[in-house]
Design a protein around this ligand. Structure first.
Ligand code: MRU
Length: 356
């Protein structure tokens, strides 16, 4: 997708260096950052220079490449894999990508490890791009069906950033929107700000602007009244982990939006590539929910009058704060799952029929 008219992917490998768009600087600065070591890759994931389930997975895959460049001993590589998996706990794509890399490398001679790892990491990225494009084509049908009846601008609400910046390209939740826009269907997106890291405001709105798609940032609590007023035709969100029973774990606040959608008969779709499905965890209570620093809540970052990033305290100094990063939306509130293989119900049968 485009930034200032130029096509980018979110991660690429060039001359033994992994390059990423540093998302902690967006939307005010567009900076490409170089990752040279395993430690750089782990830090990029932890500090959210890269974020979004598919992109975290791809970064971890390239983290294995960087580890091999440091030391091609298989014990070192396996230890690096464990460190990468532990860097963020909730998005299953991280473990999925690392496991895929290790499975591929375990049959390879030491002399060929690097070459095979580079190829596999690229394939993980290429596959994600293909899958996200297919999600767009499959999700477009849902938007078209609503458009056939409404014959006017389709208002879509989304939460967090499940856009191209969270994947390799296209995004998951945004891919159907990009496809609808390209087809000439008028779309307008209600973008949840997504406190505390503001992925909606800083990333989703930014990337929609770059593609020329009308959007409006709203405070996270606004979606309910917009749905009551009939100003939301559908919701589409992404997911960090989807269980085989259709429960969906995504950015904190997604659950409340699903409840409001249910109460107002607004269709609530979740878009995902199959790399986000956790076939093993049976109960959503067993999903590790990341708790991040309370400083992400109590402090806010922005650009000051000198164009410098400044961090300021916005809470009472003595107050405690708690920062859970994800929540689970039970399958019963999900109208459908939009995947690279098509649309299915958020049920064990729905997922099984598509993927097994
Ligand atoms: O904490 P983040 O920014 O990594 O959380 C991202 C999300 O919750 C996205 O909605 C999810 O990863 C889906 S990305 C296609």
């Amino acid at each position: 997708m485009k930034i200032e008219g130029k096509e980018y992917r979110t991660i690429w490998y060039e001359n033994s260096i992994v390059k990423i768009i540093d998302q902690t600087k967006l939307p005010h600065q567009f900076k490409i950052k170089e990752l040279n070591t395993l430690k750089d890759a782990i830090n990029a994931i932890k500090s959210m220079e890269v974020r979004g389930a598919p992109l975290i997975g791809a970064t971890a895959a390239y983290g294995i490449v960087l580890a091999i460049q440091e030391n091609s001993n298989f014990e070192f590589i396996k230890n690096s894999a464990d460190q990468l998996i532990q860097s963020r706990p909730t998005a299953i794509n991280l473990k999925w990508a690392v496991d895929r890399m290790i499975a591929k490398l375990s049959e390879i001679n030491k002399g060929h490890l690097l070459e095979v790892a580079i190829k596999e990491a690229l394939e993980i990225c290429d596959e994600d791009e293909r899958f996200c494009k297919s999600i767009g084509i499959n999700g477009l049908k849902v938007i078209e069906d609503i458009y056939k009846i409404k014959k006017d601008t389709i208002n879509i609400l989304t939460h967090c950033n499940a856009g191209w910046l969270a994947t390799i390209n296209w995004g998951t939740a945004t891919s159907p929107i990009y496809h609808a826009h390209k087809k000439g269907i008028p779309v307008h997106v209600w973008v949840d700000e997504t406190r505390p890291r503001n992925q909606g405001a800083n990333l989703t709105s930014y990337e929609l602007n770059e593609e020329g798609i009308r959007n409006t940032i709203i405070a996270d609590n606004t979606g309910g009244i917009l749905m009551q007023r009939g100003e939301v035709d559908m919701c589409i969100v992404g997911t960090d982990r989807t269980l085989s029973n259709g429960d969906v774990c995504n950015k904190i606040g997604t659950y409340l939006k699903a409840l409001a959608a249910h109460d107002n008969n607004v269709p609530f779709y979740v878009a995902l590539p199959s790399s986000t499905i956790d076939w093993n965890t049976k109960n959503s209570k067993d999903i590790p929910i990341e708790e991040r620093s309370s400083e992400e809540l109590s402090h806010i970052e922005g650009f000051d009058e000198n164009n410098e990033i400044k961090k300021i305290l916005i809470y009472p100094k003595k107050s405690n704060a708690m920062n859970l990063a994800f929540d689970v939306t039970p399958a019963k509130y999900v109208s459908g799952l939009i995947t690279e293989k098509g649309l299915c119900e958020a049920t064990p049968e729905g997922l099984k029929n598509l993927f097994k």
